[in-house]
Design a protein around this ligand. Structure first.
Ligand SMILES: [Zn+2]
Length: 329
């Protein structure tokens, strides 16, 4: 049985950061957006984006030795582009012979990754809820879905900033992606046995207790993360395929949150547009319900920043942490 910690949610929500911190824990390996690599729909090697270890994908000591069955990849593309995947996923997948072949190929892909890395848990930050639901049906695979949520205002602000090869996103496009990703994760919650949900802002403000809580839930025994100390972490190169350009940052880093940089008009517009889910995830009442009393200073998947920035540490030893959702059925 291969265990996968699958990170779902919207881009620019700190998913790469979470994957990298999980990948620092013994027994875990972060492999980036492996699902997209398997599908061949965001093939980093095809567009010249190297692995997180800085080697070309074909020369990487991990990805250079992991092949994907071309027939399985072709089948996956047919399923997705034909939109039959949605029908088969939410309908009766057992009656779809192509989907069964796809699930077997996906299982083989992740078993190969597990064998080559020797890790007990593979951390996949592909974010696609649809792919996660498929993985959960694959033979010999056990998936723990982690839904990382970020305030829409932070997502929109981050999306407007150029970042290496990551595309700039207009506010309407960011809003659309944010709803699609988070509603998808909500649907996914009903299809997977193990599910955790975190606010990105809480995670950046108090990374160690939340990471330990999450890792312990995944492993089934207490996990400690001494490499996280007062908001600092030593991040090593990892074999992350595709994904955010932050995957290349290494060394001593401070975790911090950047305030959204939106003008008042845009801020009100985004707040209004995101109101239903912002309210659902407690963003309008964070100060009252106890999680970080002060919304973390400033920001990002950009929370992984080179180490020259001071931040308030002051973690309250008596503070109680809880995931917004953490279930094992
Ligand atoms: Zn690599």
């Amino acid at each position: 049985m291969v265990r996968i910690a699958y990170i779902a949610g919207c881009g620019r929500s700190g998913t790469t950061l979470l994957a990298r911190l999980l990948g620092e824990i013994p027994g875990f390996v972060a492999v980036g957006e492996a699902g997209w690599y398997f599908l061949g729909l965001r093939d980093a090697s095809a567009v010249g984006i190297p692995c997180g270890c800085a080697a070309a994908i074909s020369e990487c000591s991990l990805w250079g030795k992991v092949s994907v069955d071309p027939q399985a990849r072709m089948l996956a593309r047919e399923l997705i582009r034909g939109h039959s995947l949605h029908r088969t996923l939410w309908g009766r997948p057992e009656t779809h012979p192509g989907l069964q072949r796809f699930l077997a190929a996906a299982s083989g892909f992740y078993h190969t990754l597990a064998a080559r890395t020797g890790a007990a848990v593979i951390v996949d930050s592909s974010k696609s809820s649809l792919f996660a639901a498929l993985l959960a049906r694959s033979p010999g695979i056990r998936v723990h879905v982690i839904h990382m949520i970020r305030d829409l205002r932070g997502v929109v602000s981050s999306g407007r900033r150029p970042k290496a090869y990551a595309p700039v996103m207009s506010p309407p496009r960011s809003i659309l992606h944010w709803y699609r990703a988070n509603v998808g994760a909500e649907l996914l919650e009903r299809r997977t046995a193990e599910f955790s949900r975190f606010r990105y802002e809480d995670f950046v403000a108090y990374p160690r207790p939340l990471l330990e809580q999450l890792a312990s839930a995944i492993r089934g025994f207490p996990v400690h993360c001494p490499f996280l100390y007062e908001g600092q972490v030593q991040v090593h190169a990892q074999h992350l395929v595709t994904g955010n350009p932050d995957k290349f940052q290494c060394g001593q880093t401070w975790l911090r949150e950047r305030q959204p940089e939106l003008g008042p008009v845009l801020n009100h517009f985004v707040s209004l547009m995101g109101a239903p889910l912002l309210a659902r995830y407690g963003y309008f009442s964070r100060k009252r319900n106890g999680a970080p009393a002060q919304p973390s200073e400033v920001h990002g998947e950009e929370a992984l920043l080179p180490g020259s920035h001071e931040r308030k540490t002051g973690m309250d030893e008596g503070l109680r942490f809880h995931a917004l959702r953490n279930t094992s059925k």
